[in-house]
Ligand binder design. Structure first.
Ligand code: PRP
Ligand code: URA
Length: 208
């Protein structure tokens, strides 16, 4: 499994603001979008381009343009929705699917409640969006769902990953790629990432 972390001073700075418990909802949401743009630049390195003839005002030139079927974004509800605007800014023709999962508070197991995916997943580059990779249960289940629907090229995009979640995906889905903002230390006894940023969905949608 291939994993890449954002290694950029702006990403470190924005991630620190995101972690701060005093950061209000509006700022949290815009920081998620700004980090989402950086994650999108890194995640989309795997897109294919092909030489295409175009005419500048001065001459003809063969330039590289994106080719192949439109990529697909799949946010994991709810928190994954926070990364969608940034990815759509860079990939305006992307299709958008949705997977609804929540973590049972006692067992920490993912509970699926919604799945709507676009057709022809086997031909598309897929970006699964979820800011938090904690135990890895939610991501493992979402990846299983997109694989069952045909997806082959899968990149999980998250803001913070925990070592436990990365290990889980290495075991369950070694063929995927992860692009993450940072790797944190560990999980607490309730499955929250330490130091982390708290509950991403609650902080994005103001439901604390
Ligand atoms: C959060 C987060 C991930 C999941 C990660 O969602 O957005 O989907 O937890 O935890 P895991 O790696 O241990 O499975 P949550 O269940 O809180 O749902 P929400 O986004 O609707 O709040
Ligand atoms: N989900 C979150 O939103 N935050 C965590 O720390 C773990 C799971």
């Amino acid at each position: 499994m291939h994993i890449t972390f954002l290694d950029h001073p702006l990403a470190l700075h924005k991630l620190s603001l995101l972690r701060d418990r005093g950061t209000p909802v509006i700022l949290f949401r815009s920081l998620t979008e700004e980090l989402g743009l950086m994650l999108a630049v890194e995640a989309t390195r795997n897109l294919s381009t092909a030489a295409t003839l175009i005419e500048t005002p001065l001459e003809q030139i063969n330039c590289q343009m994106m080719c192949g079927p439109d990529p697909v974004l799949v946010p994991v509800l709810r928190a994954g929705l926070g990364l969608v605007p940034a990815f759509l800014k860079l990939l305006p023709t992307a299709k958008v699917g949705h997977i609804g999962l929540y973590r049972d508070h006692e067992s920490l197991e993912p509970v699926p409640y919604y799945c709507n995916l676009p057709p022809r997943l086997e031909e598309r580059t897929l970006y699964l969006l979820d800011p938090m990779l904690a135990t890895g249960g939610s991501a493992a289940e979402a990846i299983r769902q997109v694989k069952d629907a045909g997806a082959k090229s899968i990149t999980l995009v998250c803001v913070i990953a925990a070592p436990e979640g990365v290990a889980r995906l290495e075991k369950d889905h070694p063929d995927i790629r992860i692009v993450a903002g940072a790797m944190d230390r560990e999980l607490d006894e309730n499955g929250y990432i330490l130091p982390g940023l708290g509950d991403a969905g609650d902080r994005i949608f103001g439901t604390i």
